[in-house]
Design a protein around this ligand. Sequence first.
Ligand SMILES: [Zn+2]
Length: 452
Amino acid sequence: MKLQNIIDDVMEKGADYCDIRKERWNRTSLTLKDGDIEKVTSGKEEGAMVRVLYENGWGNIGTSDLDHLKETAQRALDVAKTSNEYKEEETGMAEVKTHEEKLEMGMKDNFLEIPIEEKVSFLKELEKQLDEDFVRSTELRYGDSVVDKEIATSDGTHVEMRIPRIVTYMVVTGKSDTIQRASEAVGGTGGYELTDEAYDKKDVVLERLETLLEADTPPSGKMSLIMDPHLTGVFSHEAFGHAAESDLVSTGNSCLEGKIGDKVASDMVTIKDDPTMEGYGSFPFDDEGTKARNRILVKEGTLNDFILDRENAWKLDMSPNGGARAEDFRVKPLVRMSNTIMEPGDMSFEELVEEVDKGVFAKSSGGGQVNPGEGTFQFNAQEAYLIEDGEILKPLRDVSFNGFTLKTLQNITGITKTMETGIGHCGKGQTAAVTDGGANVLISEVTVGGRE
Ligand SMILES: [Zn+2]
């Protein structure tokens, strides 16, 4: 049965909105720990998510039974009617342009045609190349997935798309007087050709670990801090990007609520979230069938847009911009980022370092935490260096820094020309593949301290 007919049926029965997202997945993942294969999963699955809105109530049902979607849609309508009885707030779906399109994102080397043994050999070879005296332990993970999606809405959108994603993740651990670890991930939207990058990145990981094993503990207090492109990316995603998610804004959980048009950063700061650029978080349509487009969140220091799905756009009286993403057919879409980038500036790295009397150059993220409601963050750098009188000196370990996101964005006084991106997985109850990136960024006053 055509998705559109199922949708027409529940609309005739009184639904205000309905969409169906059918997905077919083909996934493989491998974990190699200290040379041993620890885990292999590989398989196909398919299913659908049916969402029905009745007045102000939602009925969302995920199912792997594709033969009875009509009955599932009826059940979703019944659930929507019941939830409407308990719902006090009004809701709706902001209008979008409808689309009828079929799109495939390409793979140069189709990883579905590569036998699993070859993927195991790839990890084994990578591990061999990571075998240095100072490496105590390694963990390598490989994952690929292709999803074929078909999305139909009661507004008349019908899109089909194929999205292939691939990732290789490496962690190395070593020990001097403390245990230190270094990690990197490579991959993106595309095919097996993207595994080649892992051989370049392995040198970065090894060098970082070797440096960390000889590093000193950092100074603490307020000082200048330079974030490298990867840390800039993580800052843009975690500290700023989450606060720009419209579901947090519309529920009063974002420090950016009511601030569109306000100055939230220094003039040199422009931050975008762009699913149409090349990256791990790219897609042609979001999981409500809205065409993906670039979102300029901050434009030369001024808050310009949020990441919006249709329901939160309705609540905030803004335009949806393709911000709805779901992990798979079992769950409804949430407001999520894609590829989040702080645009590069016009300085050279040398010029940036010359500006610093005393401070820290922090590289790559080692995790941290953010509170988008209060607008605070705390990040750990994987690698760091002391800067004194405009010169980069000795390596530091266990560097962490924290502050208020908007104050920190205002304190940005320099951005370099060259940009880099990194990939990762964002967790928000559901996992989403994302890219983030930027250039080297100088922040004039940051609270730096050792990690506890
Ligand atoms: Zn995140």
